[in-house]
Design a protein around this ligand. Sequence first.
Ligand SMILES: [Zn+2]
Length: 60
Amino acid sequence: MQNSTEMHQNETRGAHPYAPARAPRANVVAARGCQECRAWGTVVTIEGRLELCPACQVPG
Ligand SMILES: [Zn+2]
C-alpha cells in the first residue's frame, strides 16, 4: 500500500515577465539590420510598452 503523498506541486513555470497581451505586428523583413530594434521590429518604451520600431517600421 502507498500513502497518497503530494507529488504534484511543481507548478512554478510560465508567467513570463515580458508577455504583452497585444504585441504589435512588426515587419521583420523591414527590420532586418535595424540597429534601433535589433531586427525585432518592435521596441520597448520607457513605459514598458511594446511598440513598433519608429526607425524601420513605418506606420500606415
Ligand atoms: Zn527597427
